[in-house]
Design a protein around this ligand. Structure first.
Ligand code: ADP
Ligand code: ADP
Length: 226
């Protein structure tokens, strides 16, 4: 079964009645397990909105959405939260790391949410992930003590901590230099290969998009090529 299936997804924002703006006009996409896919398109074309819908952070106006074989449209917020936690890992451009917490604590966070406490297993997993992303020795550093590239590595380790089957990355290399961007991309690719997690990555960089298995392009809220 595909990891992700979208059919006829529409999204309208209420920007003050009676004005309604439709920003996605019926999107059909299927992502297979372990696919590594770039999402490109001009600014304002709807990439973030689409990613937020797939990430179950925003409701759709119309259409159907299935993740890991489960229908997501029509779920209430509790249902969305549960499905999101069970299947999806997020990597944001500006990290969203908690500044007062260490790298290790930041990576352990997703496993603490829901359990309320960090199990020894969660800590062992977090330590192992930090080694894998090249941050051995930086476990107890706070985000502010790390470079942008290192912060993005922490964000990736955190996104992977629950072994998500689908990784959503919104310009994960947008604010990084070329070498660091390549390293971050390679990390995502490695996790994709090792665990069979599908990745959907918003990127403006044609070179990075070219290294993906497939590119989806949005223009004005419509898919123009796949
Ligand atoms: P991209 O990520 O490709 O730059 P976005 O998904 O951020 O595109 O935005 C697509 C369109 O939707 C833009 O016209 C944007 O202004 C509009 N938009 C995004 N979020 C909202 C919102 N919360 N309310 C109203 N309009 C929005
Ligand atoms: P990007 O293009 O880098 O994804 P944007 O500036 O389009 O970022 O959007 C940043 C955030 O602001 C997103 O969460 C988006 O949904 C929201 N947003 C964008 N446009 C609007 C808008 N016209 N009204 C309200 N929120 C918006």
């Amino acid at each position: 079964a595909p990891i992700l299936q979208l059919r006829g997804i529409r999204k309208r924002y209420n920007i003050g009645t009676p004005v309604e703006a439709e920003v996605l006009h019926g999107i059909d996409v299927t992502l297979q397990q372990a696919e590594f896919v770039a999402l490109t398109g001009p600014s304002g074309s709807g990439k973030s909105t689409l990613l937020n819908i797939i990430g179950l952070l925003e409701h759709t106006t119309a259409g159907t959405l299935e993740i890991a074989g489960q229908r997501a449209d029509g779920l209430d917020d509790a249902g969305l939260t549960q499905l999101r936690g069970a299947t999806i890992g997020f990597v944001f451009q500006f990290h969203h790391l908690l500044p007062a917490f260490s790298a290790l604590e930041n990576v352990m966070l997703p496993s603490m949410i829901g359990h309320g406490t960090a199990t020894p297993e969660a800590e062992a997993t977090a330590r192992d992930l930090l080694v894998r992303v090249g941050l051995k020795g930086a476990e107890h550093k706070r985000p502010g003590e790390l470079s942008g590239g290192m912060q993005q590595r922490v964000a990736i380790a955190r996104a992977l901590s629950l072994r998500p089957r689908l990784i959503l990355a919104d310009e994960p290399t947008g604010n990084l230099d070329t070498v660091t961007a390549d390293e971050i991309f390679a990390l995502l690719r490695e996790f994709n290969r090792d665990h069979g997690s599908a990745c959907l990555i918003v990127t403006h960089d044609p070179r990075l998009a070219g290294s993906c298995d497939r590119t989806i392009q949005l223009v004005d809220g419509r898919l123009v090529s796949d």
